[in-house]
Design a protein around this ligand. Structure first.
Ligand code: C5P
Length: 221
């Protein structure tokens, strides 16, 4: 039916940051409130989808009708995502930390007396790229890109490099982080659609509308 366009579809969404522990009290993270990802989960559930939301550490309430799996680190997020596959659509909104420390320190590091510690970092798994390359790749795979410069050029390159269908790109040089509003560009094979600046809930509804249209087009092919 028209008002439940994603009925019967399983949509996987990642949201929020990941925390990469340094010692029991410290971590590395990217800035992310999780609000845009949670809004997309709510919009997908409203559209009738079964929604699995893999959430990093955020303080947001679970949207109605959404199955939420809480994780802390990128490796935990990776495992939860792989465990949720196969799905019809995956929308990876999480701001995954690119690096974690090589060695977790089991006891709280003391600052007294010693020089500041050097952190040795190593790369985290790229969850989106590995889902794109995997055997259970969703029929529609969407990544996000937060950039502070050359937003569209970077998004177009990222779409190809990661092997995803769409990249939703936003300019985070302003006050998007943690805020209520967002202005995004949806980069697909066909081109770029730039949406107006609007509340994150409206961005979410617009994106889910386009997801529903894309799935309907596939069925009618
Ligand atoms: O490469 P970059 O971090 O800019 O890519 C952003 C996109 O890739 C987002 O969709 C994000 O959720 C996803 N990503 C991921 N795993 C990573 C890094 C990014 O899934 N380790």
């Amino acid at each position: 039916p028209e008002h439940r366009p994603l009925y019967g579809k399983h949509v996987l969404i990642t949201a929020g940051p990941t925390h990469e522990p340094i010692d029991p009290v410290r971590y590395i993270a990217n800035r992310s409130s999780g609000r845009q990802g949670f809004a997309i989960a709510a919009a997908a559930a409203n559209a009738g989808a079964r929604v699995t939301l893999v959430a990093g550490p955020v303080t947001l309430a679970t949207p109605h009708g959404v199955d939420r799996i809480d994780v802390e680190s990128a490796r935990e997020m990776d495992a939860a995502v792989k465990n949720a596959l196969p799905v019809d659509v995956a929308i990876m909104v999480a701001a995954v930390a690119d690096w974690r420390t090589r060695d977790f320190i089991a006891e709280k590091m003391k600052k007294r007396g010693s020089a500041p510690p050097a952190l040795r970092l190593m790369e985290n798994p790229d969850i989106l790229a590995s889902v794109a390359a995997g055997t259970k790749r969703p029929g529609l795979l969407i990544g996000f890109a937060a950039e502070t410069q050359d937003v569209l050029e970077n998004a177009k390159m990222k779409r190809k490099r990661k092997g995803v269908d769409w990249i939703v790109a936003n300019d985070v040089s302003g006050d998007v982080m943690g805020g209520d509003r967002n202005r995004v560009n949806i980069v697909t094979e066909a081109g770029v659609e730039t949406l107006d600046d609007m509340p994150k809930a409206d961005v979410a509804r617009a994106l889910i509308e386009r997801v529903a249209d894309a799935l309907a087009d596939k069925v009618n092919d």
